[in-house]
Design a protein around this ligand. Sequence first.
Ligand code: HEM
Length: 397
Amino acid sequence: MIHAPATPMEWPLPRTCPMSQPPALAEYRDGPPREVRLPDGRDAWLITRHADVRQALADPRLSVDDQHPNWPNRLLFPVPARAVSFWRMDPPEHDVYRRMVAPEFTARRTRILRPLIESVADELLDEMTGRTGPVDLHSASSLPLPCIVIARMFGVPDEDMNEFKANTSAILNQAEPEKAIEAFIATTEYLARLAEVRAGEPRDDLLSRLTVDYVRTGRLSGEDLVALVRLMLIAGHETTANQIALGIFTLLDRPDVLAELRADPGLLPNVVDELLRYWSIAQDNVVRVAAGELTIGGTRIADGDAVIISVPGANHDETVFAAAADFDIHRDNSHHLAFGHGTHFCPGGPLARMELEVAISAVFRRLPGLRLAVPSEEVPVSTDTLVYGLKSLPVVW
Ligand code: HEM
């Protein structure tokens, strides 16, 4: 048996290959939960085994209060209270806000969105194929697609779409933090203005529904409305965009899997779930702080201790996923935790799955000769961002 190192390792755990999980993750998984050292020098428990991760995600004693002095903040700057709405609220307050948007993410409503997602995917590919390669498929297609879909759900009008897209891309550009903050403020102000417009003249969109049902009835303040829709944008854009890019990259890198998928398109849902498990893009950024004493995997966690819940740890646990480091579209993926579990389980899962299915199908149907423009090991990866993903995806066709 390999044992976890005696002194806490630095978190995030280092990767030796940018496209593989950190090797120390397996060492940590081999024993009871141990501590890691945060960038600010404090320690936090790292939960890595599948059973422990499930237990931690479902335990009400693990709080998401990001204003707690011991909150394990990887960003190294304080996050304002209520900035991301119910993601950082504990029940019962969490449930009140989550219920307001839950009807927007039902299987039925997601199905209704399919034609919209298909037309956005097609428009983006029309634009992209008008250029001569090599082209960065990430910035041309996988990055804008989920942004446009969310913007349309909100009710952003066509004439504002380009500015909305530009600002949301700038928010994600961590190489230019000042511009990212400016764009974050601009998007917040824009959403507040749009909510006011919709309050005067409601339409069939998410902002109008929230305004009519909750703001007008005094159950939601204007500020909390903006935080609520901003959460959808933050949680649903970068995640889905990176997962789409990684999906297309994986299939370009694995022609055997792509050939199998072309021969049997019914395999697509399995492919999507294996992509979600394999890449586990939430990295180990699912964090909590203990609001009471508890025991996980035999380790006692004291009130106020910081806890990091590793989604890749769980999704690469060999006791649940044999040969977990292999990309295998035929494995049983019903227990992967890529969308979390428990109170904060991702409400956007059905939408993300559909966007992935549509984006992957559209690309390979429209561009049968699509291939990477550089060797796969030269495709640039972002490993140190909150969401794992690709910096770009250079392709030719
Ligand atoms: C591949 C795409 C996605 C992945 C991998 C993903 C993953 C996750 C994970 C792991 C969590 C749990 C976080 C925690 O427990 O702290 C979460 C929560 C959340 N996600 Fe997603 N997500 C994706 C797409 C989306 C989309 C498309 C939306 C909506 C437009 C969305 C909205 C949310 C929200 C609002 C939460 C907070 C839920 C709560 O606190 O109750 N996500 N997501």
